[in-house]
Design a protein around this ligand. Structure first.
Ligand code: CP
Length: 359
């Protein structure tokens, strides 16, 4: 059976859910592809990798797992954390790494199509992690990998070269959502986990791919409630609202953090995504005061609540919050969690998860 038997143009017309019937676990493109068990398994594996890496013997064991594999990090949109944490995760698993970060120095600048470029990458590497400004780029890469002759041995199978999205247009950032779940789970370790929690998403919800991917993952938890705090022009888009309705996930829309700060279990801040606007370089407009997290809000937060941000941030969190020495401020730990979650993601896609758990 071929992995995919339809034209690229027809594949791209499919809904994400329909695309998943082809993508299965060959690639990681959308948050909708994960079950509760997947999420729990990823978190257990990330914890296990973290613990193993503390000893020289454990670190050597991890580094031996994928030492015969080569990864390409194809990031043509700006990135610090996703790029570096994937690169670090690959190093922890012993992979050789290459990167391509600028279209102007790739043959795409000579007119080569994205399809041809991806097919070329697949000649040299065993994994492609990619960040691209085009919403369809990761789906195109999956289709090319599924069609290409070159396969990679994983378990007992010859599989398409795995594609992992590290951020796709302004719609999807699935691995960020996984590391956010890992961070939320850790923050709620003493208070019953993510089930039953009230989570406030703040900022540019319209163009923020992290909040969209995280919203999709909420279908896996019981009695979770979402609060969208944003000015009207940045409120969550209708496709996510429809998704929440279809999964009976309650939500409300407000325009100020203050209206819910004392009742929520998690606050997830985001930056205005003005890279999608035609603003002059360096001309970032100030954030609406209603969606700025002020130091005084730490006094209003529940003692068990946590404050997350996918980062990078600008003025949407007062600088004093960074240095408040408050354990509920978890966004710097969230970055480190990202590296461990990405170790777990790569280990799972190459089916060495059980080997790690058995160590
Ligand atoms: N959170 C995130 O995607 O950060 P980078 O843009 O720095 O990768």
């Amino acid at each position: 059976m071929p992995v995919i038997d339809i034209l690229l143009s027809d594949f791209l017309k499919l809904s994400e859910v329909d695309k998943l019937s082809y993508i299965k676990d060959y690639a990681l493109l959308y948050a909708q592809q994960f079950s509760r068990k997947d999420l729990d398994d990823y978190c257990i594996l990330a914890d296990k990798c973290r613990a193993l890496f503390k000893s020289t013997e454990g670190a050597q064991k991890l580094a031996g797992l994928l030492s015969n594999r080569i990864a390409l990090n194809f990031f043509v949109q700006p990135s610090s954390r996703t790029f570096l944490s994937f690169s670090a995760a690959q190093a922890i698993l012993g992979m050789k790494r290459m990167s391509l970060r600028d279209l102007n120095i790739s043959s795409i600048s000579k007119g080569e199509s994205l399809e041809d470029s991806i097919r070329t990458f697949l000649s040299y590497v065993d994994l492609v992690v990619m960040r691209h400004f085009d919403n369809d780029a990761a789906a195109i890469a999956f289709w090319v990998a599924a069609k290409a002759a070159r396969r990679v041995s994983i378990g007992d199978e010859e599989r398409p070269i795995p594609i992992i999205s590290g951020g796709s247009g302004n719609l999807h950032h699935p691995t960020q959502a996984l590391l956010d779940i890992y961070t939320l789970g850790k923050s709620f370790n003493e208070s019953g986990g993510i089930d039953g929690k009230k989570i406030m998403l703040v900022g540019d919800l319209k163009r923020g791919r992290t909040v969209r991917s995280l919203s999709y993952l909420m279908k896996n938890y019981n009695n979770v409630e979402l609060i969208f705090a944003a000015p009207d022009q940045f409120q969550m888009k209708d496709d996510i609202i429809k998704f929440l309705d279809s999964h009976k996930i309650p939500y409300s829309k407000i325009d100020s953090i203050r209206d819910a700060i004392d009742s929520v279990d998690a606050i997830y801040m985001t930056r205005v995504q003005d890279e999608w606007d035609k603003v002059e370089k360096g001309g970032h407009p100030p954030t609406n005061d209603n969606v700025i997290f002020k130091k005084e809000y730490l006094k209003l937060m529940k003692p068990t609540a946590c404050l997350l941000h996918p980062l990078p941030k600008r003025d949407e969190i007062e600088i004093e919050v960074d240095y408040a020495d408050d354990p509920r401020v978890v966004y710097w730990r969230q970055e480190r969690n990202g590296m461990w979650m990405r170790v777990a993601i790569i280990a799972t896609i190459f089916q060495c998860d059980q080997k790690i758990l058995d160590s």
